[in-house]
Design a protein around this ligand. Structure first.
Ligand code: ATP
Ligand code: MG
Length: 498
C-alpha cells in the first residue's frame, strides 16, 4: 500500500475525530413478556440492531414490521415495562477480538467470565459474511485429532467442517476436547463455544484444558443454560468472529460449537415468542439458514488472503440414535462429513464409540499424510467385514479357520482402536498401531492384558525407531523401507509374545 501524504493522513485523522450530531427515533414499549419486547414507533431500525430501553436495558431487534419492532432482551434478570421508551443505537452486537483473548473465558458479548480484566483494541460484529468462493482454496493440510479411529478412517483437513453427532453421554465433548489438546505442539488456535450447557460441565471442560496446558492457545465462549435465549443464539457467531481474527492473520483455527441442538432450541424459543409461524418440530422456517450461515464462515483461505483457515467441529445431539431428525439432517447436509457416536458401542466399552459405517469425511482424504495413507487403506473394509461376519457367527455355528482368523483380527483391531480420553497419539504411534494390525502382531494377546501390552509395544517401537518417529511426526512422510522395517519389528515383537 502506498503511504499517504502527511496532510492527507492528518486530514483523515481529524475526520475520524469530528463528532457528528446523532439523531435517535424514540419508540414506546407496548408489550413485554418472557424476555421478548414489542416496541412501536421505531421506524428505520435494522435487523439485529441493539435497542436501548429507558432503564438502561439492552435488547436485539429481530422482528421488523411496519407497525412494530420485536426485540429479545440479553439479560433475563432485567425487565422492561410497557410504556417505557426505547431507542435504536444504530449498532449491531460486537465482540472483542485479538491475541489477548487467548486463555480467556468470555460470554457472547465479550464480558470476561474469569474475573480478570480484558483489554482488546479491536471489535468485530458477531454476524459477518462468509468468505467468497474466489478467496478460498481446497482443503489440503491435515487437522490431526490424535484419535486413531478418526485420523485413520475419518481424516479431517484444515478448513473442513466435520460434525460430531450422537446421543447424550456418548463422548461427543470428549472427542472435541481431545482434538483441542492434540493441537498443543502445532500452531493451531482453538475456540471452544459452549451453548446452553450446565455451568458445572463447562467448568469441567475448562479444568481438563487447563490440566493439559491447552488453555494457552484456546478461547472459551460460554452462554450457559441459565443465560437468555438471545445470548445462546449469539454465542456461536461471536465464537466464529473471535476465530476469524486469527484466520485473517494467516493462522489455522479450530472451532468447536458444543452444541448446535441447544442453539436451535434457543432460536426456536425466541421465534415462537416473537409469534413467527412454527414449522417442522416447531422450528421456524429459517432454521437451516441459522446454521448454514454460521458454518459457511469456516473456510480455507487462499494464499493471497493469508492462507489461514477455520476448521469447524459442530456437535449435534440425537435422540435414540435418530440421525434423520430435523436438526441432524440439516447440519449433516451443511457439513463435509460426520463422526457418528453410538450408545451401544459406548456401553460395550468401545470408546471412542465411533460407528465407522455411518461416519464419513468428504474432503479429508486429500489432506491425509502419506504415512497414514500407507497404513490405513484397508481399515474400513476390515472393520465392516468383521462386523458383518460377527453377526452371522452369533447364531452359534463353528466358524471355519479363515473366518475364525478374520474374527480374531477384527477383535484385535477394535482393541487397537480403543483409546482413553485426554491421551492423543502422535502420528508415529498411530502408524505403529496400524502396522500392528496389518502384521497381526498383537493377535494372540488376551483381552485383559491388551492395554498393557499395547503400551509396551508402542514404547518398544518408539525407542527402536526414534529418528524415524521424529521425521514422521514432523513431516508426515514415510518411505517404503521404513514401513517394511516397522512391519518386521512388529512381527518380531509379536514373536516374543508367543
Ligand atoms: P453430553 O450429551 O452430556 O454432552 P457427551 O456426548 O458430550 O455428553 P462426554 O461428556 O464427552 O459425552 O462423555 C461422557 C462420559 O464418558 C464422560 O464421563 C467421559 O469421561 C466418558 N468418556 C468419554 N470418552 C471416553 C473414552 N474414550 N474413554 C473413557 N471414558 C470416556
Ligand atoms: Mg457434551
Amino acid at each position: 500500500m502506498e503511504t499517504p501524504g502527511i496532510s492527507a493522513f492528518l486530514h483523515k485523522r481529524i475526520d475520524e475525530y469530528s463528532f457528528k450530531p446523532v439523531t435517535y427515533k424514540k419508540g414506546k414499549v407496548v408489550k413485554s413478556a418472557d424476555g421478548v419486547v414489542t416496541v412501536e414507533g421505531l421506524t428505520g431500525t435494522r435487523y439485529g440492531e441493539l435497542l436501548e430501553f429507558s432503564g438502561g436495558v439492552f435488547g436485539m431487534a429481530l422482528e421488523l414490521s411496519d407497525k412494530a419492532v420485536g426485540a429479545v432482551l440479553f439479560d433475563v434478570s432485567e425487565s422492561v415495562q410497557a410504556g417505557e421508551s426505547a431507542k435504536g443505537t444504530g449498532q449491531v452486537i460486537e465482540v472483542p477480538v485479538g491475541e489477548n483473548l487467548l486463555g480467556r473465558i468470555i460470554d457472547p458479548i465479550g464480558r470476561p467470565l474469569d474475573g480478570k480484566a480484558l483489554r482488546t483494541e479491536k471489535y468485530y460484529p458477531a454476524e459477518r459474511p462468509a468468505p467468497p468462493i474466489i478467496d478460498r482454496r481446497p482443503v489440503d493440510t491435515p487437522m490431526a485429532t490424535g484419535i486413531l479411529a478418526i485420523d485413520s478412517m475419518i481424516p479431517i483437513g484444515r478448513g473442513q467442517r466435520e460434525l460430531i453427532i450422537g446421543d447424550r453421554q456418548t463422548g461427543k465433548t470428549t472427542i472435541a476436547i481431545d482434538s483441542i489438546i492434540n493441537q498443543k505442539d502445532s500452531d493451531v488456535i482453538c475456540v471452544y463455544c459452549a451453548i446452553g450447557q450446565k455451568a458445572s460441565t463447562v467448568a469441567g471442560v475448562i479444568e481438563t484444558l487447563q490440566k493439559a496446558g491447552a488453555m494457552d492457545y484456546t478461547v472459551v465462549v460460554h452462554a450457559g443454560a441459565s443465560d437468555s435465549a438471545a445470548m445462546q443464539y449469539l454465542a456461536p457467531y461471536s465464537a466464529c468472529s473471535v476465530a476469524e481474527y486469527f484466520e485473517e492473520r494467516g493462522k489455522d483455527v479450530l472451532v468447536i460449537y458444543d452444541d448446535l441442538t441447544k442453539h436451535a432450541v434457543a432460536y426456536r424459543m425466541m421465534s415462537l415468542l416473537l409469534l413467527r409461524p412454527p414449522g417442522r418440530e416447531a422450528f421456524p422456517g429459517d432454521i437451516f439458514y441459522l446454521h448454514s450461515r454460521l458454518l459457511e464462515r469456516s473456510a480455507c483461505l487462499s494464499k493471497e488472503k493469508g492462507g489461514g483457515s477455520i476448521t469447524a467441529m459442530p456437535v449435534v445431539e440425537t435422540m435414540d440414535g435418530n440421525i434423520s431428525a430435523y436438526i441432524p439432517t440439516n447440519v449433516i447436509s451443511i457439513t463435509d462429513g460426520q463422526i457418528f457416536l453410538e450408545s451401544d458401542l459406548f456401553h460395550a466399552g468401545v470408546r471412542p464409540a465411533v460407528n465407522t459405517g455411518l461416519s464419513v469425511s468428504r474432503v479429508g482424504r486429500s489432506a491425509q499424510t502419506n504415512a497414514m495413507k500407507a497404513v490405513s487403506g484397508t481399515l474400513r473394509i476390515d472393520l465392516s467385514q468383521y462386523r458383518e461376519t460377527e453377526v452371522f457367527t452369533r447364531f452359534g455355528s463353528d466358524p471355519d479357520p479363515a473366518t475364525a482368523r478374520l474374527l480374531k483380527k477384527g477383535e484385535c483391531l477394535i482393541n487397537i482402536l480403543k483409546q482413553d480420553k485426554s491421551s492423543p497419539y502422535t502420528l508415529f504411534r498411530q502408524v505403529a498401531l496400524l502396522v500392528a494390525h496389518k502384521t497381526g502382531a498383537l493377535l494372540d494377546v488376551p483381552q485383559k492384558e491388551f492395554k498393557e501390552t499395547l503400551k509396551r509395544y508402542l514404547d518398544f517401537m518408539e525407542s527402536k525407531f526414534a529418528s524415524e518417529a521424529e521425521s514422521i511426526n514432523a513431516g508426515g512422510d514415510m518411505t517404503n523401507d521404513t514401513l517394511l522395517s516397522l512391519e518386521k519389528a512388529a512381527k518380531s515383537f509379536g514373536e516374543t509374545l508367543k
